[in-house]
Design a protein around this ligand. Sequence first.
Ligand SMILES: Cc1ncc(COP(=O)(O)O)c(C=O)c1O
Length: 390
Amino acid sequence: MKIKYPLMKNNITRDDLDVLIGFLKEDDPILTQSSNVQAFEEEWSQWLRVKYSVYVNSGASANLITLAALKQLYGGGEIIVPPLTWVSDIASVLQNGFDPVFVDINPQTLCMDDKQVLNKITDKTRAVFLTHVQGFNGLTNNLLNKLKEKGIPLIEDVCESHGATFRGKKLGTYGLISNFSFYYAHHMSTIEGGMVCTDNEEIYQTIRMFRSHGMVRESTDDSLKNKYESDHPDLNPSFIFAYPAYNVRNTEIGAIIGRNQLKRLDENNEKRNKNLSLFLDGLNIKLYRKDFAMDGCSNYAFTLVLQEPDFEFRDRLEHHMRKNGIEFRRGNAGGGNQMRQPYLRGIVKYKEWEKYPEVEHIHHFGWYIGNYPDLEEEKILNLCELLNNV
Ligand SMILES: Cc1ncc(COP(=O)(O)O)c(C=O)c1O
């Protein structure tokens, strides 16, 4: 069956490519990380309203070096994470030697339930690593106030929620650090790519070094560089490695596409939000959930969740979607309940995942379907019609 409703369409436009081609036609263009990366970081910081942004080669790399910097600066311990997220959120916790502590989700936001997060805080908690799932806001006043009171850093994964807001301010500005992804399937795309954002100067300098082999010369802080140089007179100042780190840099190619994309991100998000409202309005409430927390949301996907757990209906629905050319992903963010995944065997006890019933429901009875800016109204209405008549 030909795909009629793809997960994504035209996320890198002819115009993006033409701008890139213009650059490639220049005499001997620099392609590795250079002035366009720096300009993209500055423009992104301005758009988000944070002090610092560091462009990397994926959202997963953003997760990885965020947790690496956290460990370096504040030490180990427990990190509170959702079971409904992408694998790299939990992998980065494990890779940096932290212990993941799981919390069930709020079915209206698909993000971690704030009360359960607060209940799981212990004296070992090093941070709360919250994912804003598929455009929905996961923050509450209570969560932010209590974390501040307890002095526990919040890390926001905004890879699926560019432009979403809480109290009128963009998600990704509340946490100590926030992460974005520019993978093709998201709100905007630099082919592959990600961003680490913060207002904290020390974290910014550490993240810059972690992005690039742990090299001190990547820091923009002269006093930090001078200190390393005077402490290590035997080393070539160009090659002082502060940390055993990574190379997760991106290229000028990605940055040029990203800078062009950013110009239309807000406009595209508005279109996507209108699409989502139309989609949810059109669904039959007897079959599907419609009570999502829409305030400030910014979704690149249509969220489809069954009201009732019904495996027989689920299988019929999936068959029906395939037959009608509707591309879909079951389990919403990251394929459902991460706690069930083989990489967590030995860490999560067998069947422990059953103690997280809201994530379990999404795991079996939740999907997302593509929501892109040029999806026509008539197609959305037809889509609802198809889903209501399984
Ligand atoms: C919540 C979340 N975090 C991180 C990532 C990783 O981003 P990337 O695919 O750019 O590595 C994704 C990816 O889809 C994601 O959905």
